[in-house]
Design a protein around this ligand. Structure first.
Ligand SMILES: [Zn+2]
Length: 454
């Protein structure tokens, strides 16, 4: 019985994969659609957006520009077209098998995420990147770090130098730093990275601290790592084990008058910030309890053992003797304030939420992150910028994250206006990834197929 059942499940999965959308070579026209171009906060009503070969060829008032009779027409009446979103702190399984990666990148795509930055690289990810680019695998544009550089993988300055050279040579897009690097090894890594023009991003090691990280020129600092620690007077005499993840156990000692100096330094050095606030709001926050998060609708797309692990992760954090609910609330508020200060003072924010980590399901959690940015005080437009036009600027990819003639056709069709309510980004009617159209039916069927395997 069991084997028949698993065979059936296999068929369901294969069915979804067999139905992957084909490249559309003719023109695609979103007719009479409301466009959110993202160049400024505005809606262009009643437009025809024409796409050909993965590029937007025209955006104009409906009926004013001709297109071919064979064009594929998407009725956009009453709907909203925005650029596809980017998830700038994603995780793709770092394993020697490409199969489990396919589902993760598909989950992102089904949620309107058209670019992801992989934050824990693996040699197999280079193959994944190539197969996504060639169209063999359906997934968002994929930028990937090399394997983790941390206190275990980098033990000497020579290790640091060799790692930069070998990761650059292997063809990774950048380096991901994790905790545990010493000042000396980090300094050697940063100098070599500059020589090799190979960027580094991610965590700030405790011994390094945010000031050295900023001076050394991180491409992005993720999780606001090191920010809270930098506000705590006498941090030099506090042991790393006492601080908690991202400084959560020492937040109450933060001196908020130190915030402007931190923000000024980030701005001056042009450091981009990926807050991954979803991690704090979902994992750390006492106001979202573990049991109800485990029941959230999108948990059906994760393996049950993963959800159980997340449940236990949260329970063990909350059960830690150092965990204090009201102090954690204040810590989360402090993080919100840091995010808002970055926004107000022109520090570039990028959308990212660290899925699949504790209660963050790939794709779905990116939309939660948008809402958390709005909770932090950003307007919906500013929140959308972090996942669209800011990403184009950060990646130096012309017109990525915009809707205009010549821009890449990474597009999401929504049933309602996200500038009014940010949660409307979840109301997805279809996703265009270059020449591939993910219709609402395809999205619904694929999600069903994924859930059926769990
Ligand atoms: Zn991560």
């Amino acid at each position: 019985m069991r084997s028949i059942l698993s065979l059936l499940l296999l068929l369901v999965v294969n069915y979804a994969i067999a139905q992957l959308p084909k490249d559309i070579d003719r023109e695609i026209v979103f007719r009479s659609v409301n466009v959110i171009p993202m160049d400024s906060e505005r809606v262009l009503e009643n437009q025809d957006v024409i796409v050909k070969n993965g590029t937007i060829t025209s955006v104009a008032a409906t009926g004013t520009v001709k297109y071919s009779k064979e064009a594929m027409i998407v009725d956009g009446k009453g709907k909203f077209l925005m650029p596809g979103l980017a998830e700038m702190h994603a995780h793709v399984p770092p394993v020697n098998d490409i199969e489990p990666m396919k589902e993760v990148v598909l989950l992102f795509a089904l949620n309107g995420i058209t670019t992801i930055r992989g934050m824990l690289g693996h040699p197999k990810h280079l193959e994944l990147r190539q197969k996504i680019n060639s169209g063999e695998i359906l997934g968002p544009r994929f930028i990937t770090s090399g394997p983790s550089l941390n206190g275990n993988s980098v033990k000497t300055t020579q290790n640091a130098i060799d790692s930069v050279r070998s990761q650059k040579k292997a063809g990774y897009d950048f380096m991901k730093l994790h905790p545990g690097l010493t000042k000396e090894n980090f300094a050697a890594l940063a100098v070599e990275a500059k020589k090799q023009k190979h960027p580094f991003a991610g965590h700030v090691s405790f011994d390094v601290g945010v000031w050295r990280a900023i001076a050394a020129g991180y491409a992005t600092i993720d999780h606001l790592d090191g920010f809270v620690e930098s506000l705590v007077p006498g941090i030099e005499s506090i042991k790393e084990q006492e601080t908690g993840l991202f400084g959560m156990f020492i937040g109450k000692q933060a001196d908020e008058s130190k915030i402007p100096a931190l923000i000024t330094a980030l701005k001056r050095q042009n450091i981009w910030v990926v807050p991954t606030q979803a991690l704090a709001e979902r994992w750390m926050s006492p106001s979202r309890d573990a049991e109800s998060l485990a029941q959230a609708p999108e948990m059906i797309y994760m393996n049950k053992n993963v959800v159980t692990t997340w449940l236990n992760n949260k329970k063990s954090l909350v059960g830690n003797p150092k965990y204090n609910a009201s102090e954690t609330e204040s810590f989360i508020k402090l993080r919100r304030k840091l995010i808002l200060e970055c926004q107000k003072n022109g520090v570039g924010l990028l959308l990212g939420c660290d899925a699949p980590q504790v209660f963050n399901v790939p794709g779905f959690s990116t939309h939660h992150e948008l809402a958390y940015l709005v909770d932090a005080g950003l307007t919906p437009f500013q929140a959308l910028q972090t996942g669209t036009v800011n990403v184009g600027k950060f990646l130096k990819k012309k017109d990525l994250g915009l809707i205009k003639k010549g821009a890449p056709a990474d597009l999401v069709l929504l049933g309602a206006n996200p500038l009014e309510t940010i949660r409307n980004t979840e109301n997805i009617e279809g996703v265009l990834m270059g020449k591939k159209w993910l219709s609402k039916e395809f999205i619904t069927e694929s999600l069903k197929a994924i859930a059926a395997t769990k």
